[in-house]
Ligand binder design. Structure first.
Ligand SMILES: Nc1nc2c(c(=O)[nH]1)N[C@H]1C(S)=C(S)[C@@H](COP(=O)(O)OP(=O)(O)OC[C@H]3O[C@@H](n4cnc5c(=O)[nH]c(N)nc54)[C@H](O)[C@@H]3O)O[C@H]1N2
Ligand SMILES: Nc1nc2c(c(=O)[nH]1)N[C@H]1C(S)=C(S)[C@@H](COP(=O)(O)OP(=O)(O)OC[C@H]3O[C@@H](n4cnc5c(=O)[nH]c(N)nc54)[C@H](O)[C@@H]3O)O[C@H]1N2
Ligand SMILES: [Mo]
Length: 780
């Protein structure tokens, strides 16, 4: 099969062709060997991350041909702590696919498909067909008898498990609730915990054609809406929101919310009628709040030292929320930490105590602003969707428990009320994700990967994950293939046109899997006999039929393909199930056990978890600085890229200083350590250490250091057990532990660290230099 049948239609006159990415819809052309990109015409606030494409397209960090780790090639599959320290040998496609097919067969026959981990978490690239997760899952389902999967996400590991117990449908809460349109029109006060940073809402899986968030906040502000930002970083709300900044101690939001509700209650400012009619369990919670059950009222004086805020400030904040159309926003970041369930639950209680849930522009905007699919409308016709088939294996892990699983086969753990057992995994297959970006405690992850028989990775570039793999298969990047672009929360459907031939020998994930399926005798089940173009036509059909059914113009595939894309109809902005519940609590109950908002959950209480009791509670501060690690590190999302993707692109590289990722510190903290703006610093704790450049700002709370994720892991000496990352990947520092026994979510956002000026010789950045033997002959 050809790499893809890239017989694209005529490009527009100036040669730009439509395309899309998770960071926005754009168009691209090749001119004199250089890639040029420009944002979608109708986008009021384009995302500059598209500027990573030009330098990335033909960067030396791309993978040019299949590669096999020398130790695996010479000794065969098996545990090996040389992963991440070994050499690579190039191999031809036919030879590597033969070997890999044989290895997949061996593992399946000797150990069963339950020994294959194919969770393969990650964002990959936009495009409804070349979606790497769908491709790998379909391949494993059709061709190896299935795989152990992962559930939930690194994004919302705690909230997505908690919310069904206490509010109901998670998607409904984040995607059919309070919208940007409602905020612009109705909100009078927006209290945002963790903010709504524009850098974050610029991104959405599948792409966004119009970035509306900045405009919506500015319109609300112009109408008189007040924005209150609770966050260690001032930049978490745009300047145009004119926010008042409340710089609390990271990890203390639950205490602050408790004190806000306490203040409302003792002043009689809470909405008793709302609590009676729409919630379950308020009386039990109120006893805790007032200290009747544990002797400690959760008042402002109590919360003051925990949050680092003055008691009067907390009281004043509570009073400003009363009697207004108030919106409580809680960023995903707050739940990406130990006990991350609590602020999510307590945010709902605060919004309920204000009686605002279900009102236009009021209530609980959980996640709003974290990502561009929230606060928008759903499309009203089916999106093109590539079927993953059915997984015959039912076993799974909560996604962030990967190292635990590999290091402790057979061990038991708690998850959502169950006691479960980790499977014994022999082979891990990854396509479209980068665990050396997303996972915590990377030195521990290295040990976990050393235990495997085989690690297979499809990648477009030499990420650290690829550098730990036994079999590295080069895949195409989005601009090298054709696809249909779209996102269920954005109207524009995009014919994604290739602008350049695949790099080196890179192949589409689909073509790689088709080659393996052929060798495993499952080609028909995997490909259904379709070429890439035939798949696109097939996937497009339900969308076309949906349009026709609604009596709307329904372009044929050929017409769509020759166009610049077109807008799909969207569902109304009607407030979803929460609005319906407010209007008719008996007729439209929430899908929770009580049919109401659960302030106390019998179900969660019955699980008996000490770290997630039956109502939201302050379970103590988990990030307490001490003499060895005196700072709290905030490891948040990067502004200049999506996660680790195209860290070697121009926009990402330009923002680095002396090649290192930039951390932020308060000038007072820096002065106390003899650190100046632009210095190189060393961040460390018991788990590891990394270098970063430092910029000083008064826009950060004292005692807090911020280092975003996404700089590629770059060990100074890969032979070390705990090498120094010379580039600035904060996941060498973060702790690999679940949010609680309820959800077992990722806790990568916060940890404690030491910070020192680094005066040694600055080691070179090697993360983007390909490994292996340049010019070596391919092995057969
Ligand atoms: N400390 C800390 N850690 C975090 C977070 C945090 O806040 N703090 N946030 C977490 C969150 S929310 C998330 S979602 C995760 C993100 O973690 P990931 O989604 O794993 O990160 P990405 O860098 O997007 O990884 C996608 C990979 O897919 C590759 N890729 C792109 N297109 C294709 C393709 O077509 N085929 C194949 N085979 N590969 C492709 C890219 O090159 C890239 O290496 O990180 C989490 N990690
Ligand atoms: N540019 C860009 N945008 C992205 C992404 C990206 O990689 N790059 N990733 C996307 C993805 S997959 C996701 S899931 C979302 C993630 O969305 P979030 O998880 O919400 O994003 P973060 O930037 O990690 O965190 C938001 C802010 O929360 C604040 N914060 C951290 N801890 C605390 C705390 O304890 N209390 C309070 N009050 N504030 C705190 C930090 O200052 C941080 O800047 O972002 C998406 N958007
Ligand atoms: Mo995420």
């Amino acid at each position: 099969m050809a790499a893809s049948d890239n017989a694209a239609q005529q490009p527009s006159e100036d040669g730009f062709r439509p395309h899309t990415s998770h960071w926005g819809v754009f168009s691209a052309r090749m001119k004199e060997g250089q890639l040029e990109v420009r944002p979608h015409e109708g986008d009021p606030d384009p995302n500059e991350i598209i500027q990573n494409f030009p330098a990335a397209l033909r960067h030396r960090a791309r993978i040019a041909q299949p590669m096999v780790r020398r130790g695996w090639l010479e000794n065969g599959p098996g545990p090996d702590d040389r992963r991440g320290r070994d050499e690579y040998v190039p191999m031809s496609w036919s030879a590597v696919l033969d070997r890999l097919a044989a290895e997949l067969r061996r593992v399946r026959d000797d150990h069963g498909p339950g020994a294959i981990f194919g969770g393969s978490y990650g964002w990959a690239s936009a495009g409804r067909f070349h979606h790497a997760q769908s491709q790998i899952h379909r391949f494993l389902n059709t061709s190896t008898g299935g795989y152990v999967k992962s559930v939930n996400s690194y994004s919302s590991g705690a909230s997505s498990v908690l919310v069904p117990h206490i509010i109901g449908d998670y998607e409904d809460l984040v995607k059919r609730n309070v919208s940007w349109e409602q905020m612009a029109e109705h909100s009078e006060v927006v209290l945002a915990f963790g903010g709504m940073a524009l850098k974050n809402s610029m991104v959405a899986g599948g792409g966004t054609s119009r970035h509306v968030e900045r405009g919506a906040m500015e319109r609300a502000k112009a109408r008189g809406c007040e924005f209150l930002l609770v966050s260690p970083l001032r930049a978490d709300l745009p300047a145009g929101a004119g926010a008042e900044w409340v710089a609390n101690i990271p990890g203390s939001d639950t205490a602050l919310m408790l004190a806000l509700v306490h203040t409302l209650v003792v002043n009689g400012l809470h909405d008793r009628a709302f609590l009676d009619r729409y919630t379950a369990g308020w009386p039990v919670f109120e006893r805790y709040l007032l200290g009747e059950s544990d002797g400690q009222p959760k008042d402002a004086a109590w919360a003051s030292p925990l949050t680092g805020l003055a008691a009067e400030q907390i009281v004043a904040l509570a009073k400003r929320l009363h009697g207004k159309r108030a919106l409580i926003v809680v960023a995903h970041a707050l739940q990406r930490a130990e006990h991350g369930e609590q602020p999510v639950w307590m945010g709902m209680v605060l919004a309920a105590a204000l009686g605002q849930i279900g009102l236009p522009g009021g209530g609980y905007g959980y996640g709003l602003g974290a990502i561009a699919y929230y606060g928008r409308r759903y499309n009203a016709v089916p999106m093109p969707t590539f079927s993953q088939g059915k997984n015959p294996v039912s076993d799974f892990i909560p996604v962030a428990r990967i190292s635990d699983m590999l290091l402790n086969p057979g061990a038991s753990y708690r998850y959502n009320g169950q006691t479960r057992t980790y499977p014994e995994i022999k082979l891990v297959y990854w396509a479209g994700g980068n665990p050396f970006h997303h996972h915590q405690d990377l030195n521990r992850l290295r040990q976990a990967f050393a235990r495997l028989d085989t690690l297979v990775v499809h990648e477009l570039a030499w990420t650290a994950t690829a550098r730990h793999a036994d079999v590295v298969l080069p895949c195409t990047m989005t601009l090298e293939r054709e696809d249909i672009g779209g996102n269920p929360n954005d109207p524009l459907l995009v014919p994604m046109q290739p602008v350049v031939a695949p790099y080196g020998e890179a192949r589409d994930d689909y073509v790689i899997f088709a080659g393996l399926a052929e060798r495993l005798g499952t080609a028909e089940a995997f490909t259904e006999g379709r070429s890439v173009r035939q798949w696109l036509e097939h996937l497009y059909e339900p969308t076309r039929a949906g349009l026709a059914e609604k009596g709307l113009p329904a372009p044929s595939f050929a017409e769509f393909w020759a166009s610049e894309g077109f807008d799909l109809p969207q569902q109304p902005d009607d407030g979803g199930k929460l609005r319906a519940f407010r209007n008719d609590p008996e007729g439209a109950p929430l899908p929770t056990p009580s049919g109401k908002l659960e302030i106390f959950s019998e179900t969660i209480a019955s699980f008996g978890e000490a770290d997630c009791p039956g109502h939201p509670a302050w379970l103590g501060q988990r990030y307490v600085p001490d003499a060895a690690t005196p700072y709290v590190l905030v490891a948040n999302q990067p502004r200049t890229r999506l996660h680790s993707q195209f860290d070697f692109g121009g926009h990402s590289s330009d923002a680095k200083h002396r090649g290192r990722e930039v951390a932020h510190m308060h000038p007072d903290d820096a002065a106390a350590r003899g650190i100046a703006d632009g210095d190189i610093i060393r961040l460390s704790n018991q788990r590891g250490a990394c270098l970063a450049a430092v910029r000083l700002t008064d826009g950060i709370r004292r005692g807090v250091v911020q280092l975003p994720t996404g700089a590629w892991y770059d060990p100074a000496d890969p032979q070390d057990d705990k090498p120094l990352c010379v580039h600035g990947n904060p996941n060498v520092l973060t702790r690999d532990v679940g949010t609680s026994a309820l959800a077992q979510g990722c806790t990568g956002q916060l940890t404690t660290v030491q910070v020192e000026r680094f005066d040694g010789n600055l080691p070179p950045i090697q993360a983007f230099e390909p490994p292996g033997a340049p010019g070596a002959q391919a092995a057969e």
